[in-house]
Each structure stands twice: as structure tokens, then as C-alpha cells.
Write a protein that binds this ligand. Sequence first.
Ligand SMILES: Cc1cc2nc3c(=O)[nH]c(=O)nc-3n(C[C@H](O)[C@H](O)[C@H](O)COP(=O)(O)O)c2cc1C
Length: 167
Amino acid sequence: MVKAIINSHAVILTSPVYGFNVSGAMKAFIDHLCYLWMPHRPHKEMFSKIGMIISTTVGAGTKFTNKTMKNALNFMGVKRIFSYGFAVYAVSWEEVSLKKKRRIEKTLNKKAVKFFNTVKNGDKIPCRIYTKILFLMMKRLLSGYEDDNFDKKYWRQMGWLNKVKPF
Ligand SMILES: Cc1cc2nc3c(=O)[nH]c(=O)nc-3n(C[C@H](O)[C@H](O)[C@H](O)COP(=O)(O)O)c2cc1C
């Protein structure tokens, strides 16, 4: 699974809103990949990826759900992250009005085109300041660890404790 993510150009995370946040399955997925977060052992390939986040809810809002997924991609170093969350005000897709379905489809299509174009031009897109600052903060954190710390050894091996950067 991690290999498939590393070999991809983009990462899409989706979840319904469960209890104001991501589903248990998505949380387990995120937790499983926490070792790839910047304070641990991020893959340098993640710094060139484009992300997309989508969530649906009955009506409670998708802010926290999207934020949880966005945090995961941000901390893995993902270069750009698009997101879309929508409330359907119904318990099943069949109950959603045609008008609402069309509106969702229209917005989603627009986002998809933007996302696709960004993936296509990924090489030309610079690293965000946010990622650069996060990386520098983590570098400082890791530098303070004991030399035999597992994550610190990885960072040293990557050259990231010196001048080398993954972006
Ligand atoms: C366990 C569970 C918890 C849910 N929690 C919320 C919630 O907190 N707020 C909300 O608006 N909808 C909530 N819902 C409704 C789902 O967000 C909504 O039905 C979702 O769009 C359906 O996706 P699914 O069919 O893939 O599960 C919940 C549904 C389930 C099954």
C-alpha cells in the first residue's frame, strides 16, 4: 500500500463524517501511516505529490473531517492539497434532490479539473512556505534528540540534518 502511494502522482483521501470527524476506517489508515509524518520518517517522494480530500455529511459540516485528512497529508509533506466537503441533508444518496446533486457534481467537476491540471503540472509547482517552515521546525526538533534515536538516524541518513532538503 505504501509503495502504491509512493509510486503515485497524487493522493485522494475521502471519508463520510462520523461523529463530527473521519470514519474509524480512515482514522486507522491515518494512524497506520503516522510513521511517514515529518517528525518521524517521511518519504521524500511525498513532497512532490498533490492531494485531494473529499468528505460528505448529513448536515454537521465537514470542517473537522477535512482538517483531519489535511493534517495527515500536510505532515507527510504533500505539495498542494485540494479539498471539498458537502452536506447532503439526507440519509441516502437517493434522497438527495436532483438540484442538489447537480450542484455537487458541478462543483466537484470544477475541483477535479483544477486538481488534474495541478497533478499534470506538478513539477513546476513550488513547495509551499507552510511545508518549508514545518520541515525546519521538525529539523530543529530532531536535531535535539539523542543520536541513537530511530527517527534522527533516518533524518541524518537522508542528509536532512545538514543542508539537504526533500523539496
Ligand atoms: C456512525 C455514523 C456517524 C455519523 N455521524 C455524523 C455526524 O456526526 N454528523 C453528520 O452530519 N452526519 C453523520 N453521519 C451521517 C454520515 O455522515 C452520512 O450519512 C454520510 O454522508 C454517509 O456516508 P456512508 O454512506 O459512506 O457511510 C454519521 C453516520 C454514521 C453511520
